[in-house]
Design a binder for this molecule. Structure first.
Ligand code: BT5
Length: 300
């Protein structure tokens, strides 16, 4: 069910009429409709949420191919820092390396943030994925969930993927003009894709909370709030330490797929100051990895 202003008005009218006629029990359809409303996102309530963070650049879509594509075009056309593109549904959501990201209607959070780096942040842009991952992980912790960051860009709850991050760059010659940070978060149960479409098990906040999850607007506020706060610390060791603390598989034997058929095996030690991953290989040598996909070694 799609809720526009008229539908909200009618639902509230139905509720008020029922109560005025002495109803102590409200009809199931009215309650369902109200639940739908509180789960739904709309431009007006998102604008209100974002204004609390002094963010006023917002483009909202009921349905879009990919919020990252829209944000990249907007950034190239001069979108201000922290402009945000958000959609209720993505029909062509992207992961890294042309992989797909599923955002079915009405259930997940899919948004892209434009970041315009200041001179202080420019030397630390390789930490951006950590900044985003930490912001999502912290918001999950705020709900009482134990979140882990599977380097570089996955957020795990209970060992299953609940969110992913895709960062893309708008160049101005050889310089970074801006970054687009796409975040996909599975909020309600219906956002979790069928297992046969995935390489790695997935979950949602609602599945892990085992009760109604907060609305997507509330989750968005919490993630952006953490993002704005951590961005102030992006050039400090504090960010690296907090990010490292949240890493999945620390001290365990992992395999990192580094492209094509190449992979590196070793004990996951932690992070370098640029956000690269540090392993100890079988020869006791430190190995630094800048790109890749981490998985636990079977039996590790
Ligand atoms: C990611 O890539 O995890 C990055 C996902 C970024 C999505 C956001 S949504 C807003 C913005 N707009 C976009 O178009 N993208 C960004 P990667 O690590 O490559 O993981 C992709 C893999 O995750 C896929 O191959 C699937 O196996 C799996 N996957 C797809 N949808 C999922 C979902 N909803 N939940 C869990 N896993 C999913």
């Amino acid at each position: 069910m799609h809720f526009g202003g008229e539908a909200i008005y009618l639902t509230i009218q139905r509720l008020l009429t029922a109560l005025a006629h002495g109803a102590s029990v409200v009809g199931k359809s009215t309650l369902l409709a109200m639940t739908e409303y509180f789960k739904s996102m709309n431009e007006h309530s998102l604008k209100k949420t974002l204004s609390k963070l002094n963010i006023d650049g917002l483009r909202y879509f009921d349905s879009i191919g990919s919020t990252n594509d829209e944000a990249l075009a907007w950034a190239a056309a001069g979108a201000p820092d922290l402009s945000i593109v958000i959609a209720d549904e993505q029909t062509n959501g992207r992961g890294r390396l042309d992989r797909k990201w599923f955002t079915p209607k009405g259930s997940g959070l899919a948004f892209s943030l434009v970041l315009r780096p200041t001179a202080t942040l420019r030397p630390h842009l390789s930490r951006t994925v950590g900044l985003a991952a930490l912001s999502i992980a912290e918001s999950c912790s705020g709900l009482g969930l134990s979140a882990r960051i599977k380097w570089p860009n996955d957020i795990l709850l209970n060992g299953k993927k609940a969110a992913g991050i895709l960062i893309e760059t708008v160049w101005s010659g050889d310089d970074v003009d801006s970054l687009v940070i796409g975040m996909g978060i599975n909020v309600h149960k219906e956002s979790v894709p069928p297992a046969e479409l995935l390489q790695f098990p997935a979950t949602s906040l609602e599945d892990e909370l085992e009760k109604e999850a907060p609305s997507r607007g509330e989750i968005l506020f919490s993630v952006l709030n953490a993002f704005v706060r951590w961005r102030e610390l992006m050039a400090t060791d504090e960010l690296i330490h907090a990010w490292e603390e949240m890493l999945a598989f620390r001290g365990r034997q992992v395999q990192v797929q580094t492209g094509g058929d190449s992979s590196i095996i070793g004990e996951l030690l932690g992070l370098e100051s640029d956000g690269s991953l540090r392993l100890r290989d079988a020869n006791d040598k430190s190995v630094i990895i800048r790109f890749g996909d981490v998985s636990l070694r079977p039996g590790a």
